[in-house]
Design a protein around this ligand. Sequence first.
Ligand code: 5RP
Length: 218
Amino acid sequence: MTQDEMKKAAAIKALEFIENDTIVGVGTGSTVNHFIDALATIKNKITGAVSSSEESSKRLIAHGIEVFDLNSVDNLDVYIDGADEITKHKSMIKGGGAALTREKIVAAVAKKFICIADSSKQVELLGDFPLPVEVIPMARSYVARELVKLGGDPVYRQGVITDNGNVILDVYNLSIIDPKALEIAINAVVGVVTNGLFAQRGADILILGSENGAQVIQ
Ligand code: 5RP
């Protein structure tokens, strides 16, 4: 199986977690794109979706799936999203697609976070993938200096503006031994909107696509 086939296998398996007549929380990325395409096959059974990015909203709408504003939704049973890295404790690095802030917001509302990923995303320790940090544009240099004090090497993601009008710093060479503590420390820097560590609210279930198909890890 190719990496993309593994992503697709995980995405299709996630349909088993979708209840009838519910609104589904939908993440962002190439794995989620497979999930959106699969969701379209059962679109008449669901009420609609809440989306974590303009990109996913467009794909959902193109499939005829109604996209609700999160403010009009009281609760979400599930949030389905990919990850750039995930540990056995289901802590993650996310934000490779620059959608981390909206992803974190929708994940916070959902009762269950189901991560769909191919096997290359499973890691012992987070941090080989540079940690994305969404930053208010005027604070970019200040936040970069503070991230250096925290032990990282921030790099400005050129040419990328998030759906919220902000910029991304990708932080290399962080030693992420305590993801929950680092998530809090980075979010405490003035000018940071949020960072791509999903440790305080990690995933509840991992659906991992591998050579053997899709495996559900509770
Ligand atoms: C986007 C994300 C994605 O979930 C993450 O980058 C994984 O992407 P892909 O499914 O394309 O491998 O966090 O901000």
